[in-house]
Design a protein around this ligand. Structure first.
Ligand code: SAM
Length: 443
């Protein structure tokens, strides 16, 4: 018998009960006091309580000490993985969930959790393979169907995504996230009205995320259905700071709408469409490659050599609630198509020598590096390569709480400093992407 397996201690039971009841603060107080002797179970419960309080570093410190003694305890491996996920670190989360799934291969919850962690680490292909295997092995739980649907959507396969979402919704018609996720994919298959019906349905599910109202208002606004957008804003958004950013972002696009503006729900579809519209010859560039998902769409659709830039070390500074280094691949480079070249390093170091070796204008740029400073670096360096007809896609232009201070601000400054005339010709509230067509530059 070890100290932690059977410890007939009422204080330990009480701490467990508090954690089960999500009363993490009193649980922590109890666990830190003298009533409970040191031991693995105490450490484990401390880890859970810290995790409940979303103090991921403290949880990780406790849980790792437990695992040092119990390296093959699948439940505890999974809890440690969840702590890394909470810490916005999908990279180690995948590693620990992989170990949990290896130790307990017949435990469907670990497979689902691993698929979710792979998705958060942008390894959509691996997530989809795993989810498909679980589905063919007979796991038809809503969670695994959801993972399959989301991974397929990120990979640009909206038909497969919709199939998984619809199967899930047939079993669980109150699954708000599935109605929400499926509305964006349905846009391409069943049209605008069907997409809006799904989005409205998502808002009516019990426990629906209030932000869905923001998506609805923004989508209606971008569709030109202003009276409906106004009604949703008046009834459901008001000055709610969590719901305002998307409708505000959509409004900001209106004065520069192109006559051929199109709405999208799927990132791959938007990228392929705007590349087809980008007919000014020149360089095709992406800034922010990570696992290569968008570069794959770009390389497939561009019909020419394309260049992807990334440190592969994540963001150079913190952003929103994420620390510096978030989105790292651990310096691993993704496999890319034969016509794609990777340029590894910080943009300020990799871009000048690249531009010196590659003269000529820019046809297409995908700015997917999230933060203001990175977008500013890219746009400043490319200023004298931008021509009428150049297309720039921003991946986080609208919708985040800080949108006015991020890519939007970098582009507004760039446009003002270089007298850029432009229009918006594609956008996706769901993915927060916006495509800009340059009409003229300079006076
Ligand atoms: C959101 S991810 C890119 C996602 C990717 N386009 C996809 O399809 O999954 C952002 C990436 O930008 C990179 N990044 C951000 N700022 C950078 C900078 N200044 N220099 C180099 N890489 C940067 C990060 O390393 C990260 O991989």
């Amino acid at each position: 018998m070890t100290a932690d397996t059977v410890f007939p201690d009422t204080a330990l039971d009480e701490a467990r009960a508090l954690i089960d009841a999500r009363r993490y603060r009193p649980a922590l107080r109890l666990l830190r006091g003298d009533a409970i002797p040191n031991g693995l179970e105490r450490l484990h419960l401390l880890g859970l309580a810290h995790l409940g309080r979303r103090d991921a570093p403290a949880a990780i410190a406790c849980l790792r000490r437990v695992l040092a003694d119990r390296p093959d305890d699948a439940d505890r491996l999974a809890v440690l993985a969840s702590a890394h996920q909470t810490d916005n670190a999908p990279f180690p989360a995948v590693r620990w969930f992989e170990r949990a799934a290896r130790v307990a291969p017949d435990h469907p919850a670990f497979t689902t959790a691993l698929a979710g962690a792979l998705r958060r680490d942008a390894r959509y292909g691996d997530a989809l393979i795993l989810a498909r295997e679980a589905l063919s092995a007979g796991d038809h739980s809503p969670d695994i169907r959801y993972e399959a649907a989301m991974a397929a959507a990120y990979l640009g396969d909206d038909a497969e995504a919709l199939g998984h979402f619809d199967a899930l919704l047939a079993d669980d018609p109150e699954h708000a996230a599935a109605w929400f996720g499926s509305h964006a994919q349905a846009l391409h298959h069943h049209g605008v009205d069907a997409a809006l019906r799904r989005l409205r349905r998502a808002t009516r599910c019990g426990g629906a995320n209030g932000k869905y109202w923001g998506y609805l208002a923004a989508t209606l606004r971008l569709l030109g259905r202003s009276a409906e957008a106004d009604a949703v804003e008046a009834a459901e958004i008001g000055d709610n700071p969590k719901r305002r950013p998307l409708p505000d972002g959509a409004r900001a696009l209106l004065p520069r709408f192109s006559s051929d503006f199109r709405l999208f729900g799927n990132s791959g579809r938007l990228l392929r469409h705007v590349l087809a519209c980008a007919d000014t010859p020149g360089l095709v560039l992406e800034f922010g490659v990570r696992r290569g998902t968008s570069l794959d769409h770009i390389a497939d659709a561009a019909g020419q050599e394309v260049h992807g830039f990334d440190s592969f070390e994540g963001l150079p500074e913190g952003w929103v609630n994420s620390p510096r280094g978030v989105l790292t691949t651990g310096s691993q480079l993704p496999p890319v198509r034969g016509n794609a070249r990777l340029h590894v390093g910080w943009f300020e170091d990799s871009l000048p020598p690249f531009l010196a070796a590659h003269p000529g204008p820019v046809r297409f740029v995908n700015v997917d590096s999230d933060i203001y400073a990175s977008a500013r670096t890219v746009l400043t360096a490319l200023a004298d390569r931008v021509r009428p007809g150049t297309v720039i896609v921003f991946d986080e232009y609208i919708g985040n709480r800080s949108w006015r201070d991020d890519e939007y601000r970098a582009f507004q400054e760039f446009a003002a400093e270089n007298a850029v005339r432009y229009e918006y010709f594609a956008a996706s509230p769901y993915t927060k992407q916006v495509a800009v067509r340059v009409l003229g530059i300079g006076i």
